[in-house]
Write a protein that binds this ligand. Sequence first.
Ligand code: F6R
Length: 233
Amino acid sequence: MRVLIVKDEQEGGRIAFDQIKGAMATGQLNVLGLATGGTPCTLYENIRNSNLDFSNTISVNLDEYVGLGAEDPQSYHYFMQEQLFNVKPFKKSYIPDGKKGEEACAEYNQILKEHPIDLQILGLGQNGHIGFNEPGTPFTTPTHKVQLTKSTIEANKRFFDCVEDVPTEAYSMGIDSIMQAKSIILLAYGEKKADAVAKMIQGEITEDLPASILQKHPDVTIIIDEAAAKDLK
Ligand code: F6R
């Protein structure tokens, strides 16, 4: 793991952008894995304001809420359109289909098989989740339906009118698929992430802290701000 401690999320977004730009320049970035949530927004701002061209790149997203369609402003389909795809269209963008039943998972696994991820962007849950792989998820799990934990629902209610509106289930790329990405950039900002960051980098590798599996990945860059780094020894 390479750990970069930055001043704030503006600097983190710039550094992650530079890494994507460098990977694009090699001509080897065919499939880019993307995340939603608050964390990647400064990265997406840098991409929107750049002259990078993704018309030959495929994107795959980590997750979608069960029951929300692409037209729903709270869906991750909608979020990605607003944050990135309206300005930077990709050759093709894949996100699990929240309107489908559990066959959405098998379909997504097939998509991931056909499009191996070159670079995956990750955020980090306060409980150590990556994607929506909550604590206790086996490391071998492929795309699956997840019951979101109370902690994740609480953390995500800021994007909804009230906590009751937050969906309780999601489809998420599994840890196994995340680990198959050739390289990974994980971003985490703020004091609320400090405990999970320390356990991810310096704790034991355990399914109770899903992100700890990243210690075993050969090419991971962790970009964190000073607040998120505060519990590192
Ligand atoms: C998002 C995702 C989640 C988030 C995590 C952090 O696609 O898979 O793992 O990255 O919940 O969320 P934020 O960035 O809102 O703190």
